[in-house]
Design a protein around this ligand. Structure first.
Ligand code: ATP
Ligand code: MG
Length: 575
């Protein structure tokens, strides 16, 4: 008996479309925050996704392995991630510390260290499709951000940077094949921040989705193709038009502490303001530093870019506490400025070249106007790019206006370089006897995220719309009235089972036709065969097309050909 339990109403806690439909179709059952059971329908889809991933990984030179999920803490202490990664599920047994693998750079580097002795054994590309555990602070949107999920992770080991680049390029090609085969036909490959994984370069694969589902913000240039996550994106600031320098003045600006208030009070646009924000950075070894970051009044700081600008020793940044701000400025919050501030200063590139600008005077209720670099205040020593890029900003490559999207990160590829191999002393021997650390890459794909992203992309108001390649079943046969049409519907079902590769469900539940058709549309079978008084009809879920008055053989032929054609087109993206 097929396990099918559906819900008519949208659960109130489900904001994202995929979350709501996965609950309503019974694909998932919540266990605890960010932890789900996957029912038979979901597992059928996930196995298909895994198989597509497996085929493409194998084709790209991958070999499937299996690392433990239960990992020793020591290697993670050696790389520093035991302390720096805040999502680790840590446990202890008999006085020994363990963690549940959130990703597997440490154990796989040690596996390579054991097995790869010489250059002649390289390259190696090893992958697994296994559960990962992350203590996500805010699990959300159903299976899009969970604490336990299945990930495909491949790790490449090469002898040099060129080899690493070749492995990376092979994975990027494989990723395009995987996502298009899975029906994720709208997809961006974007420059990304490397986050806790670290390394030299990384790109994400993003499926555009509404902001209720997608957490990634990306910008894209339709002119030159530049695409980047806003945690990484940059934009060109149009140069400041030269103007005559006016004498600087200190003006009384009572109660004007925000950009909007100062702009309104002084009658200037926010572009003329140099905003001075006070932050606190935390470095490895628990050291902290309060510093100022200067940015144009109309722009915002992206804190991930700011953290990265402070270098690899920086663990986190956050706005400084009020007493710290008051200490470095000697004034109330809202009146900070570069002249006379008692802390190191960083400047975003947007304040370079600005003339006759306005800044806080480090004196409560006072601002400077007509301040100029060099003449009134020392030009900033350290210029960084920390501004948050938005729609309409100028593309850093071609200056065309950028577009902005939200989306779901379904995959992520990283060039790791030699960082992990060096920290874990994983080396191979060259012909001259010398030892060299591995050049590594790592490449993740969330299996559940692909399933949910597909639902976000294709679902309509009636329910899920599966692409054939990852649909749990291809077709459902529904007798309009079980007593009257059961025999014929049963014959169609058996014919599809016996003579075709169509994966078919026979809905012989003793429910009304209305309920069954609503369920079929909610579940999203690509094809629905209805047997009723008017004969046989085939409904195609993706297009909404209805073909009526078919014979049994025509209906079977149409569905099996439809499935075959869809799979043929999906697989034509395979390598
Ligand atoms: P995010 O930025 O969404 O937290 P991440 O960059 O930390 O993800 P990676 O380490 O790059 O994630 O993981 C590789 C892939 O695993 C991601 O591209 C995504 O498909 C999937 N994934 C990561 N975290 C989760 C999660 N909490 N729930 C479901 N899938 C996840
Ligand atoms: Mg990622």
């Amino acid at each position: 008996m097929m396990d099918l339990v559906t819900m008519r109403e949208t659960p109130t806690n489900a904001v994202a479309k995929s979350h709501a439909f996965m609950l309503r179709t019974g694909l998932i059952e919540p266990e605890s925050a960010g932890v789900f059971s996957y029912t038979a329908l979901a597992v059928r889809s996930m196995l298909k996704i895994e198989q597509i991933v497996r085929e493409e990984m194998n084709h790209a030179g991958g070999q499937e392995i299996r690392l433990p999920v239960l990992l020793s803490a020591d290697p993670w202490k050696q790389t520093g991630r035991w302390d720096s990664m805040d999502v680790l599920f840590k446990l202890e047994a008999d006085g020994t510390q363990f963690l549940l693998g959130p990703t597997h750079e440490e154990p796989i580097t040690l596996l390579a260290k054991k097995r790869i002795r010489s250059r002649s054994q390289l390259p190696q590309r090893w992958y697994q499709i296994t559960p990962k555990f992350r203590k996500e602070k805010r699990p959300r949107a159903g299976v899009l951000r969970v604490r336990e999920f299945i990930m495909k992770d491949l790790y490449s080991f090469d002898a040099d940077a060129k080899g690493m680049d070749r492995s990376y390029d092979a994975m990027v090609r494989a990723y395009w094949a995987i996502f298009t085969r899975c029906g994720l036909t709208t997809l961006f490959q974007t420059q990304a921040d490397s986050g806790a994984i670290g390394g030299d370069a990384s790109e994400e694969f993003i499926v555009p989705a509404s902001s209720s589902a997608g957490e990634c913000e990306i910008v894209h240039c339709t002119e030159c193709g530049y695409t980047a996550n806003i945690e990484k994106a940059s934009c060109t600031i149009p140069p400041w038009k030269e103007e005559a320098l006016n004498p600087m003045e200190k003006l009384h600006t009572p109660n004007a502490g925000t950009i909007a208030e100062v702009s309104a009070f002084l009658g200037v646009t926010p572009e003329r303001l140099v905003k001075t924000l006070i932050y606190e950075a935390k470095y490895k070894g628990a050291q902290t530093e309060v510093f100022a970051i200067l940015i144009r009044g109309n722009l915002d700081v992206n804190e991930v870019k700011l953290k990265n600008a402070l270098g690899s020793e920086c663990i986190s940044v956050k706005p400084a506490m009020i007493p710290d701000i008051e200490e470095v400025t000697g004034a109330a919050v809202g009146f900070a400025g570069p002249l006379g501030i008692q802390c190191p200063i960083l400047a975003d590139g947007s304040v370079v070249g600005i003339q006759n600008f306005v800044s806080g005077a480090n004196d409560t209720d006072y601002h400077f106007v007509n301040m100029n670099w060099g003449r009134d205040v020392k030009s900033p020593d350290k210029v960084v790019d920390v501004r948050s890029v938005r729609a309409g900003d100028c593309c850093p490559r071609c200056t065309n206006a950028l577009e902005a999207y939200t989306g779901i990160e379904v995959g992520h590829v990283f060039k790791l370089g030699t960082v992990y191999a060096e920290k874990l002393k994983a080396t191979f021997q060259l012909a001259d006897g010398s030892h060299q650390p591995f050049w590594m890459g790592c490449y993740g794909i969330g299996i559940g995220r692909i399933m949910a992203a597909s639902i976000e992309l294709h679902a309509d108001e009636r329910g899920v719309v599966w692409p054939v390649a990852i649909a749990p079943y291809h077709c459902v046969v529904i007798p309009a009235n079980l007593a009257k049409h059961g025999d014929e519907a049963g014959n169609i079902y058996r014919d599809l089972c016996d003579t075709t590769d169509v994966e078919v469900v026979y809905d012989d539940r003793d429910f009304s036709f209305g309920v069954k058709i609503a369920d079929a549309e909610l579940i999203g079978y690509p094809f629905i065969i209805v047997v009723g008084n008017k004969g046989i009809e085939v409904r195609t879920r993706m297009t909404g097309e209805v073909t009526s008055l078919l014979s049994l053989y025509e209906a079977v032929g149409m569905v099996s050909q439809g499935v075959e054609t869809a799979l043929y087109f999906a697989n034509s993206n395979a390598h």
